[in-house]
Write a new protein. Structure first.
Length: 457
């Protein structure tokens, strides 16, 4: 369905706008080297993933909006037909509604299809929302009070009982709503006492203003994960969901690969060109394997894994369920990895890592990530005095271009910055800032020794 053309018949022309966001320090250790809109999701930069989802739905007028559009974004979209704008006012052609998505938002393809189908059946304003749960609370987000599937009010960082759902950064909004932006006060009015909102313009406040002025905004409840990727743990979560989703879609084998009868493959594989799977490899479920990948003897790969182009999985290595391996990674003998490993990671023999590892990180022999607390609780990550926790905060998060030393041990929930070097044998207990050298000092005692100690004369 080509929404931007076919809906013109009813006078409801829909275009798509991706609103770029800036990285904040909460994204550490990926804030220094990544554009917040271009973080990799199953080896695809998120802004590129969003544009591809729009194209699948027949959207042919897609705009990228931001005050400053980085080369990262332009590089990610070099093969896409998109327009670039700084503000909504630059859109000269007529439109009635805008599909507006933040560049750091993760949402499911099925939820996007349902949102657009709902708009087709009933052309009006929609906001995508998600339920509250243990790790998604109203006091950390914008929440909505709903009656008969219509938003009554949007609350800013209120207590859970004030709201029915949490507001996502995906919606379809009329031109009238954007016209209300210039006459909306900064700050946020719909808060509980003591809420302390900064005095800046929030789009959520524009939506409240529009509701007060007669606009109706319906909710579209997401059935798949709806995440704002503003932290390393939400990036980890988005990758895990995407890997699981993409591999679950496989209903038969796609592509050809070289192997022999000793391999045990219990699932469907989608493979690229020139893939080699050697003797006694075990693959326990559906997986996606890129071009020119080599998987050596005895490797064990759990279901739901995505392996990027030109990567090497060496003898007896093990990849845990829903692990994402980037392009040009080298996974060594007997290495055990679970999580997200971006482009160019080298993880050599006998390491055990659970986490999210940045580009071209060197994980030395014998490195171990401890992921289980003695009380079996999830770890809390502290950022600017505020504690965060989720099912993914027990991981180790390591920035781009960092080098580990032999036998490094990492406590759960740690963040190690980009461009760091960690000395051999270091037990890393606290976060390490960008551009840091961490060395271990140990007491030494040097004494004379000789064969006479053993009775020789």
């Amino acid at each position: 369905m080509n929404y931007s053309i076919n809906t013109m018949v009813t006078g409801n022309k829909l275009i798509a706008v991706i609103k770029l966001v800036e990285a904040t320090s909460k994204l550490f250790p990926f804030d220094a080297t990544h554009d917040a809109n271009c973080l990799p999701i199953a080896n695809v930069e998120n802004v590129q993933r969003i544009v591809s989802l729009f194209e699948k739905e027949g959207m042919d007028q897609i705009y990228i909006m931001g005050e400053s559009i980085s080369n990262h974004v332009r590089s990610a979209l070099y093969s896409k037909e998109v327009g670039y704008i700084n503000t909504m006012e630059e859109l000269n052609e007529a439109f009635d509604f805008v599909l507006l998505v933040n560049g750091n938002e993760y949402f499911g393809s099925e939820d996007l299809t349902e949102l657009l189908n709902n708009f087709k059946e009933q052309p009006t304003n929609y906001s995508m929302v998600k339920p509250l749960d243990r790790f998604n609370r109203a006091y950390e987000n914008f929440g909505v009070k709903v009656k008969d599937d219509v938003i009554e009010k949007i609350y800013g960082h209120a207590r859970d009982h004030y709201v029915d759902y949490l507001l996502g950064n995906v919606g379809i909004y009329s031109k009238n709503i954007f016209m209300n932006q210039e006459s909306t006060s900064p700050g946020f009015k719909a808060i509980v006492s003591g809420g302390m909102p900064p005095q800046k313009l929030y789009f959520e406040n524009v939506l409240n203003t529009s509701i007060e002025r007669g606009e109706s905004i319906r909710v579209d409840v997401a059935k798949q994960p709806l995440l704002t990727i503003d932290s390393p743990w939400t990036l980890f979560e988005a990758n895990t969901h995407e890997a699981k989703h993409l591999t679950n879609q496989l209903k038969s084998n796609e592509g050809e690969y070289v192997t022999d009868g000793t391999c045990l493959i219990d699932g469907h594989l989608k493979v690229g060109k020139n893939v080699k799977i050697e003797k006694n490899v075990i693959i326990k479920g559906n997986c996606i394997i890129g071009d020119h990948v080599s998987i050596s003897s005895g490797a064990i790969i759990e279901g739901g894994c995505v392996i990027g182009d030109h990567s090497i999985i060496n003898d007896y290595a093990k990849l845990g369920k829903n692990t994402v391996i980037g392009a040009s990674c080298k996974i060594g003998y007997n290495a055990e990895l679970v999580g997200v490993f971006m482009e160019g990671v080298s993880a050599v023999h006998n390491c055990e890592m659970y986490g999210e590892i940045g580009r071209y990180v060197d994980i030395a022999a014998g490195c171990i990530a401890a992921i289980l607390r003695f009380d079996d609780q999830v770890s809390q990550v502290t950022h600017e005095g505020k504690r965060y926790s989720s099912l993914f905060t027990n991981a180790v998060f390591m920035g781009d271009y960092t080098r580990c030393g032999i036998n490094n041990t990492f406590y759960p929930g740690l963040r190690i910055g980009a461009y760091c070097a960690l000395g051999p044998g270091a037990i890393v207990e606290t976060d390490v800032p960008h551009n840091s050298l961490l060395q271990v000092s140990q007491p030494k005692e040097l004494k004379p020794w000789h064969s006479g100690r053993y009775g020789w004369k």
